[in-house]
Ligand binder design. Structure first.
Ligand code: 9D3
Length: 249
């Protein structure tokens, strides 16, 4: 998959591409990440990329000409790519969108700075506008990295085999169970006995219950979206029996 990222801060992407799973994916050729400096498409001695807003007010707006030239260049190289603007007013990014975008062979990201882009660029060139959540950042670069990170995990071979994205509990509408590693006793806290038992059926049951309890307590919104599976119904019935026993004493 090829990503072209239009930004006035291309160096921000060096750390992202230089570490961990992203680095491996780049080195193995599964991913190509090409940051493009919008400033390279600006005219004049000062290579200006922003200007004052028509109608007045504070803040600056990204000029349309350098953006249009940069987007056209990117589209000439990545002809299949949707043009995605990172925008706090866009649709909120989620796992389903990550999965859908992973089916693309190419993507072009436009990272806004200042107050945003001249609206005519959005109308003429942008296919989708994505926000990563309801909080205010200083630009679209971190959101572009967030979106790429979530998308590449779905590309076959990018994750280790045992860690395939389809297995992610988020995909199943549940949080993951708690995790433990050695030592078996840490301070006053012991790893749940069942995880040391080697009884794989019992371990699976414990994990299912741990996942269900966390989801109910921490993310009831996820819990509501999807009905209970048969094994989960059994767990909830067990909880009910215990609570009734508690209440009747
Ligand atoms: C002070 C300017 N803001 C008025 C409340 C508008 C504004 C413009 C540009 C706010 C933030 C930004 C920079 N943010 C992004 O480009 C951005 C973003 C974000 O801030 N939050 C969540 N997702 C995204 S995607 C792009």
């Amino acid at each position: 998959m090829r990503f072209c990222v239009l930004t006035i801060f291309p160096e921000m992407f060096d750390a992202f591409a230089g570490h961990g799973i992203m680095r491996r994916a780049v080195e193995s050729g599964k991913i190509r990440l090409e940051p493009v400096n919008i400033r390279d498409f600006a005219e004049g001695r000062h290579k200006v990329t922003d200007d004052r807003p028509y109608g007045g007010g504070s803040g600056m707006v990204m000029k349309p000409e350098p953006l249009a030239a940069a987007i056209q260049k990117a589209k000439s190289e990545l002809s299949q790519a949707p043009v995605v603007l990172l925008n706090p007013q866009g649709r909120c990014f989620d796992q389903e969108m990550a999965r859908q975008y992973a089916a693309c062979s190419e993507m072009i990201f436009v990272c806004g700075r200042y107050e945003g882009l001249d609206e005519r660029i959005c109308e003429a060139y942008v296919d989708d506008e994505i926000s990563i959540g309801d909080y205010v950042l200083t630009g679209g670069e971190l959101p572009a990295m967030v979106v790429m990170d979530a998308v590449i995990r779905h590309i076959p071979g990018v994750l280790g085999a045992e860690d395939a994205a389809e297995c992610d509990s988020f995909s199943a509408g549940r949080l993951e169970h708690a995790h433990y590693t050695r030592p078996a006793v840490f301070g006053k806290n012991q790893v749940p006995e069942v995880l040391l038992s080697g009884n794989h059926g019992a371990i699976e049951d414990w994990r299912r219950e741990s996942a269900l309890l966390r989801t109910v307590l921490r993310r009831p919104d996820l819990f509501d979206q999807k009905g209970l599976t048969e094994p989960e119904k059994k767990i909830v019935q067990k909880w009910c029996r215990r609570l009734e026993a508690l209440a009747s004493d």
